[in-house]
Design a protein around this ligand. Structure first.
Ligand code: SAH
Length: 216
């Protein structure tokens, strides 16, 4: 079994310093990146490169996002300890773990059964607990709404209304919007019907898939 080591800790520290030079200045986010053992989330073939700022395949045609993207989205959420966060796209659970390191409660949805089954076992095995749901992220999780913050970790062709409805007034949602490339978009819910939108440049994500494509 592969475990953590001083070497990996050193590599994580370097990664956090790199992200700092790239504009990540929230100390808690950098601390989370320094803490979560990213190499444990990857297939053996990629372990040596786990602390480079790149994306890797995680099975089922999906990818673990670049650490910069994970840190960027996390930073935009302005998390406070104890907040309730909805994550769409559990994947391998790396972003989930970074959120948990920020001291929030995470509800996370994944539509690929293979990834859901793997991550629901793996995360608790390294000490991270979240509420895992196998389902369609477009629908969110009305039973547990409203949420203080919502994060979407796949490229969304449109901003799902159901998710906007499940956000608390005063809450924030970070979502990459677009088809081939996505614009990182932050929405602040000012009132039940009014949202303030800020855009933060281009990123590249795997697509958020619609329910009608289940079984693909
Ligand atoms: N945050 C992940 C990165 C995941 S990539 C990580 O750290 O590993 C995007 C993920 O979104 C994939 O796992 C994909 O299967 C999932 N996804 C795509 N469409 C979805 C949908 N409609 N509902 C829930 N998850 C979805």
């Amino acid at each position: 079994m592969i475990t953590d080591s001083y070497r990996h800790k050193g590599l994580r520290r370097q990664l956090a310093l790199h992200l700092k030079t790239k504009g990540i200045d929230n100390a808690d986010v950098l601390k989370a990146i320094e803490t979560v053992p990213r190499h444990l989330f990857l297939d053996n073939a990629f372990i040596e490169r786990a602390y480079e700022d790149i994306a890797f395949p995680i099975g089922a045609g999906q990818t673990i996002s670049r650490p910069h993207t994970v840190a960027f989205q996390t930073q935009l959420l302005k998390l406070k300890r104890g907040e309730k966060v909805l994550e769409i796209g559990t994947g391998c659970g790396y972003q989930t773990s970074v959120l948990l390191e920020m001291g929030v409660k995470v509800y996370t949805i994944e539509r690929q059964l293979e990834l859901y089954n793997k991550t629901i076992k793996f995360l608790p095995s390294i000490g991270y607990s979240a509420k895992f749901i196998y389902g369609d992220g477009y629908k969110g999780m009305p039973a547990f709404a409203p949420f203080d913050k919502i994060i979407i970790t796949a490229g969304a062709p449109v901003i799902p209304n159901d998710l906007l409805n499940q956000l608390k007034v005063g809450g924030l949602m970070v979502i990459p919007v677009g088809d081939k490339v996505q614009t990182m978009t932050l929405l602040e819910k000012k009132s039940e019907k009014h949202f303030e939108k800020t855009e933060f440049g281009e990123f590249k994500f795997v697509p958020l898939l619609e329910r009608k494509e289940w079984g693909d």
